[in-house]
Write a protein that binds this ligand. Structure first.
Ligand code: PMP
Ligand code: GLU
Length: 394
């Protein structure tokens, strides 16, 4: 049979984070001692109080289809969370629960973009943004940033990237992959530019909101003039270590929320019922219940920065949140190490995998060809061992 794969899928890249994780798994199954620092996945167990509420939901027979946009009780808990943590007032008609924040992002792209609409992505950006935008027939417009601005887009860069076709801006803060956190003043600077462009919408991906080592998280929707033009995306994968439960959500202008509900009514019918019940419990809990995980990530960040800083050729910013470091390793380009010539970040990541048995992800997947991403959502022991191995092969 010939292969009739659609052009849409042929033209799409495979998720580099998931691909690297799969490769690491494969090598491990072959008996190799691989340390996986490629996937952004907390290595903690889900807190027991959340597990208990899932068990209770099974016993109480929450097994039917849920409302397409999520249980009303969950949407109420999300509305309260937005108010408590972000100072945002979203009505229940503005909230949609989906199968992971990834689906929330996909929904928004499909609902807002027409073919040819441009979406500004400050690079480095999270790996899936550009392919999700392309799937919706939008055009990603990358704005490159470097260590000099802590990988953050300046108002002048934003202004220069805007064209009559710009429809949206997508960014994450704390940022995957750079760990950068936009301050209130920096967000105000971007909002100031947008005042002159009233038809541009913002997707603010705040999934790492709680994993923030510098203090208060600021939502751009809370900045003057931004509420009606921002989609605030969040989820439970990171803060509550619930990656496999697949629950994400948005707070958005009502017309966008309605469009997302219409779309997922035809595609998934709504998110998993048991997971939704458990997330009510997770969101209603005081944030200090997960502080131990955040403290641990903070400690590991300092450890990793210290150890990587000792390796010549690694140029690092100081990530203020999330659980990644994103070193610029371009000093190695053109060099030959143990017989392998390193021409780019992909060569470098492959070299580390094959020679040090350490899985990382090339920065190319995040729109920055000079860096690699290292996830420090791993134990201290693994991190120390991985970095010692990296040092040895360089
Ligand atoms: N946004 C960012 C920035 C992420 O790192 C992730 C990681 N998975 C997601 C969205 C998607 O999260 P989820 O597991 O809720 O789909
Ligand atoms: N967000 C995580 C990462 O960037 C998980 C993988 C994924 O969803 O692509 O590694």
């Amino acid at each position: 049979m010939s292969n009739h794969l659609s052009d849409r899928i042929k033209n799409m890249s495979t998720s580099a984070t998931l691909a690297m994780a799969a490769k690491a798994r494969e090598l491990r199954n072959e008996g190799k001692d691989i340390i996986g620092l490629s996937l952004g996945e907390p290595d903690f167990n889900i807190p027991d109080f959340i597990k208990e509420s899932a068990k209770q939901a099974i016993d109480e027979n929450f097994s039917s289809y849920t409302p397409v946009d999520g249980y009303a009780e969950l949407k109420k808990a999300i509305a309260l969370k937005f108010k408590r943590d972000n100072g945002l007032d979203y009505g229940l008609n503005q909230i949609v629960v989906s199968t992971g924040a990834k689906q929330s992002l996909y929904n928004v792209a499909m609902v807002v973009l027409n073919p040819g609409d441009e979406v500004i992505l400050p690079a480095p950006y999270w790996v899936s943004y550009s392919d999700i935008v392309k799937l919706a027939e939008g055009v990603p417009v990358e704005v490159s940033t470097g260590i000099d601005t802590d990988f953050k887009m300046t108002p002048a860069q934003l202004e220069a990237a805007i064209t009559p076709k710009t429809r949206m801006i997508w960014f994450s803060s704390p940022c995957n992959p750079s760990g950068s956190v936009y301050s209130k003043a920096e967000l105000e600077g971007l909002a100031e530019v947008l005042k002159n462009h009233p038809d541009i919408y913002v997707v603010s991906d705040e999934i790492y909101e709680h994993i923030n080592f510098v203090g208060d998280h600021v939502s751009i929707a809370a900045i003057d003039g931004m509420y009606d033009r921002t989609v605030t995306v969040n989820g439970v994968s990171k803060a509550f270590a619930m990656t496999g439960w697949r629950i994400g959500y948005i707070g958005a202008p009502e017309w966008i929320a309605k469009g997302c509900t219409k779309l997922q009514g035809q595609v998934t019918s709504g998110a998993n019922s048991i997971a939704q019940r458990a997330v009510i419990t997770a969101l209603e809990a005081p944030v200090n219940k997960i502080q131990y995980m955040i403290d641990e990530f903070h400690k590991r960040r300092d450890l990793v920065l210290g150890l990587l800083g000792e390796i010549e050729g690694f140029n690092l910013n100081i990530p203020e949140g999330a659980f990644y470091v994103f070193p610029d390793i371009s000093a190695f380009f053109g060099k030959t190490l143990n017989g392998t010539t390193i021409n780019n970040a992909s060569d470098f990541a492959l070299y580390l995998l094959e020679n040090a048995n350490v899985a990382t992800v090339t920065g190319e997947a995040f729109g920055n060809p000079n860096c690699i991403r290292i996830s420090y959502a791993a134990s201290e022991k693994e991190l120390k061992e991985a970095i010692a191995r990296i040092k040895a092969v360089l």
